[in-house]
Design a protein around this ligand. Sequence first.
Ligand code: AKG
Length: 268
Amino acid sequence: MTPSIFTPDEISEALQFYNTNGYTAIKSTLSDDYLTEMRKIMIELVDEEKESLNLENYRDYGFLLCAPYYADKYPQILDVITNKEMLKFVEAILEKWFIVYLYSNNCIPPSGGNTKAYKPHIDTPRYIENYHQSVVAMITMDDYTEENGATWIMPASQNLKEKPTDEHFYNSATRLIVPKGSICFFDPKVWHAAGTNYSNDWRTYLLVVFCRPWMKQRVDIPRFMSHIDKRNLSKQQLQLLGFTSAPPANFKEFYGNESERTFTQPFV
Ligand SMILES: O=C(O)CCC(=O)C(=O)O
């Protein structure tokens, strides 16, 4: 079933759908050229990361641990995080000052390929009633089809605390059959799974997860970016990447003047 894809002007309808079903999709304003370029970069980095880790039993093929780590080589990687329409939707859920919890991707290799995300799962098993602590944004860099592994998602399963059986999951789940350039948002507590990619090309997306600024990021993005010259980054990019909400590690970082402090954004 093709989910409704809302336009960026239909944010309130998209939000209503999200609040009921735990997911929604909007058409992004990112250009086709940008997405095509990012797709090429991500596929290249997936292999580069695998080779540099050189781990036995590597289960994360297709996934980058921290995409901003590569912003020295490919600064355009950071352009997406300030996409206005995406941030508008996220702000409606997480309120002001949210940050990036994880910026990664999930690329499924061709010809029957899979990733560790192919089993039904949720991303964050933390339940606080009537409170959203994070939002997942999946930005598709390909048209998603049943053949290339479109994500399975079980509508309105965000409050289900028991793992559904595979039979229950696959009988009630829908496929995210969406075009390239869609931003699929989902509640990290909704049950979902990657499909298997039977096509002869990669199936790719950018994964940007946002969280409240008081939360620990999935990986410490500012430290991951310590080798990168940050002078060309905007204030907004630095804030989103967590540079203004890092726990102080010495007295100056807490009591010092504004430029020395590491937690400078307002508490919310
Ligand atoms: O790749 C997909 O379709 C789903 C990815 C996923 O399950 C995840 O990122 O948690």
